[in-house]
Ligand binder design. Sequence first.
Ligand SMILES: C[S@@+](CC[C@H](N)C(=O)[O-])C[C@H]1O[C@@H](n2cnc3c(N)ncnc32)[C@H](O)[C@@H]1O
Ligand code: SF4
Ligand code: SF4
Ligand code: SF4
Length: 371
Amino acid sequence: MEKIKKPYYVDFSVTPFCNLSCPFCSAGAANKIVKNNEKIFSLEMIKDLFNQFDENEILRVSLEGGEPFCRNDIIEIMHLADTHNFMYYVNTNATLITEDLAKEISKTNVEKLCISIDGPEDIHDRSRGRKGSFKKMNEAVKYLKKYNVPIDGIITLTKINKDYLTETFDVISSMGINNVAIMLLASVGNACKNISDVSIDYNDWKKIYLKMTDMKKENLLPLSVNIVPTGEAIKPWMLYLPLKEEKRESDIELWLNQSLKSTIKDDLFACTAGKDNFAIDGYGNVFGCSLMYTENELIAGNVYEQKISDIWSNSPVFKKFRTLKYTEVTGKCRDCEYLSVCKGGCRVCAYAATRNLCGSDERCPICMKEL
Ligand SMILES: C[S@@+](CC[C@H](N)C(=O)[O-])C[C@H]1O[C@@H](n2cnc3c(N)ncnc32)[C@H](O)[C@@H]1O
Ligand code: SF4
Ligand code: SF4
Ligand code: SF4
């Protein structure tokens, strides 16, 4: 029997709750706020989970949510993480980070804070579903900079901010942030519910992407930009198709990085869920990745009931993820000439749209075409 390789990284939601209300939230976290801590992991439980992360030789942990800073003991959690073997970073909307908190964060060993910054003030506030979000986030960035906390920016690209990308780069760069990741929308959670309000038309994406590619080629981007497609193929359709259509495929090299060169075997879907990584939602449910949080059928287990190693080795959901072959894809992807390089896009986006783990990723323009 083939030995199951250990997971490399974990997305760990320290709370399911959030103070903001983003119409695209993959975690479906919007508007879920509680006044007490009764529904969230105790510090004792987090201690146990961190011990299990070490036992499973996890290399990297992302602390996220919901909004991690909704917890008033997040600094304690970070100091606890400092005593373990894994590296960790924190994904945050930064609106709750005061000067005192920034000072406390600087005393931890966090690798970096990844802060969501979706646009200039009005656009960011619309994207985040709350007026005043930009001001608070901007203040937090100033405090974090004052105390030398490393920060990367994250832009979640939607219909709301698609026309403001260059301004957004300038805003982020003027805050003294040098690296930004552009998250391409996953059609899951709130984004699936509000799809027509948030998703970008392929032709709009193509224009934005080609412009960024030209700027990158000519060193005109004011900061280092990384595009994060949802799907781990070596040539995901979002990066490959627009260039292929313009007969400039070689430009894809500008965007590929090591993290996209997946370790997945050749005949499997290019999805790392349950193969390289897993995620724990704020209620202890274990999934293949954090974009699955609103899909109850994809729960692989729960950390209140089972050890992580047991879930990782024995969950039928994870066993299934490890055997799904892209040649078994159904729908439009099946006849697509790019299938062997694209490998069908993102599994949970396909599942959210088709209720089939082998379905087609319907965000792709080829999947949208009528037969
Ligand atoms: C789930 S949030 C959690 C951390 C924190 N609350 C925040 O918003 O930064 C992590 C990142 O995922 C992004 N995100 C949320 N929903 C998404 C979706 N449907 N597709 C792609 N990225 C998404 C967020 O904008 C944020 O940058
Ligand atoms: S994306 Fe982040 S800030 Fe927005 S609702 Fe979800 S958890 Fe909250
Ligand atoms: S479902 Fe798979 S392909 Fe989609 S984001 Fe998660 S790990 Fe990646
Ligand atoms: S149709 Fe499917 S395989 Fe072809 S490019 Fe689109 S997502 Fe990839």
